[in-house]
Design a protein around this ligand. Structure first.
Ligand code: NDP
Ligand code: MG
Ligand code: MG
Length: 332
């Protein structure tokens, strides 16, 4: 059983006694910096020259300095810049200012798990990763709630690193909802696998294949769009609320029968064998290295794939249909 921690298990005074640098002010960075500040923590934000969010951070009452200045001032440094550039920001601006007793924090384990960042032995290395987008993390905090977090310690130089991580999680509201203890390895590998095989990659491929099957058989793209993409939300909402059981309670018996007999013909033993290969490539670092090569090589294939999908009939059809549904917010 997973180990869970709540408000009563975390001591906010630990993080209140430290100086925190939040490097980056994007989705996660703004939520962490503002909520820690509101929790009585001494926070500064580290942003690069020409940062788009500097003015916003200052407007919201935060002190903004360069990443190097933030790292030099602080003894807890949370790195919330995009994963592919973390190693560079670390080498240039953070590593030169790390002292024994400092703590290095992450919102995702990628760079530690795959060895792109190798912190010195005298610092604590911790992760506090909210299981939700940053804007929700901030909103829930302001409403007196919290987004559940997972927390991990990769290196416990001080002997108190997990208590420090829990204290940080409390400062952003995480312990209100619950914090699950994990490891950098488990968090990184399951996060990458989930997004590739199920949440993003798997779902997008399933929707596209279903849509193409119907349109290639001559059915109207608009009908295929509703059937294969639009209705997915209703199904996922039911799963979220009550698992497969609630989804099956709501659908017709015909749909439920089709679910049992056809689902396993779509996601077959071969699909699962491929999932195991995907997982193995995540575990042995192949995926991480390929992605870093693609990113630092100028994102050529990435942009090609993006372009191809934006021209797909599924997407052009959806754009038209969503315009007519004023309650579907494109920006949200
Ligand atoms: P964003 O892309 O939203 O934000 C990145 C921030 O980093 C921006 O403020 C950007 O500045 C800033 N930045 C870019 N380059 C530099 C630099 N050289 N030095 C300092 N700051 C820089 O990132 P996310 O919040 O999505 O991701 C941050 C971390 O959180 C990642 O490790 C991610 O895996 C993790 N995470 C993200 C989640 C999410 O909800 N998005 C969920 C859970 C974890 P500007 O734009 O001002 O120019
Ligand atoms: Mg992810
Ligand atoms: Mg139907």
């Amino acid at each position: 059983m997973a180990e869970l921690f709540y408000d009563a298990d975390a001591d906010l005074s630990i993080i209140q006694g430290r100086k925190v640098a939040v490097i980056g002010y994007g989705s996660q960075g703004h939520a962490h910096a503002l909520s820690l500040r509101d929790s009585g923590v001494d926070v500064r934000v580290g942003l690069h020259e020409g940062s788009k969010s500097k003015a916003k951070a200052e407007e919201q009452g935060l002190r903004v300095v360069t990443p190097a200045e933030a790292a030099a001032e602080a003894d807890v440094i949370m790195i919330l810049v995009p994963d592919p550039i973390q190693a560079q920001v670390y080498e240039e601006s953070i590593a030169p200012h790390l002292k024994d007793g400092d703590a290095l924090f992450f919102g995702h384990g990628f760079n530690i798990r795959f060895g792109f960042i190798k912190p010195p032995a005298g610092v604590d290395v911790c992760m506090v990763a909210p299981k939700g987008p940053g804007h929700l993390v901030r909103r829930q905090y302001e409403e007196g709630r919290g987004v559940p977090c997972i927390a991990a310690v990769e290196q416990d130089a001080s002997g108190n690193a997990f208590a420090l991580a829990l204290s940080y999680a409390k400062g952003i509201g995480g312990t209100r909802a619950g914090v699950i203890k994990t490891t950098f390895t488990e968090e990184t590998e399951t996060d990458l696998f989930g997004e590739q095989a199920v949440l993003c990659g798997g779902t997008a491929a399933l929707v596209k294949a279903g849509f193409e099957t119907l349109t290639e058989a001559g059915y109207q793209p608009e009908i295929a769009y509703f059937e294969c993409l639009h209705e997915l939300k209703l199904i996922v909402d039911l799963m979220y609320e009550g698992g497969l059981e609630k989804m099956r309670w709501s659908i017709s018996e015909t749909a439920e029968w089709g679910d049992y007999v056809t689902g396993p013909r779509i996601i077959t033993d071969a699909t699962k064998a491929e999932m195991k290969k995907v997982l193995a490539e995540i575990q042995d670092g192949t995926f991480a290295q390929q992605w870093m090569d693609e990113y630092h090589g100028g994102l050529k294939k990435y942009n090609e794939y993006k372009q191809q999908d934006s021209e797909h009939l599924l997407e052009t059809t959806g754009k038209q249909l969503r315009k007519l549904m004023s309650w579907v917010d494109e920006e949200a």
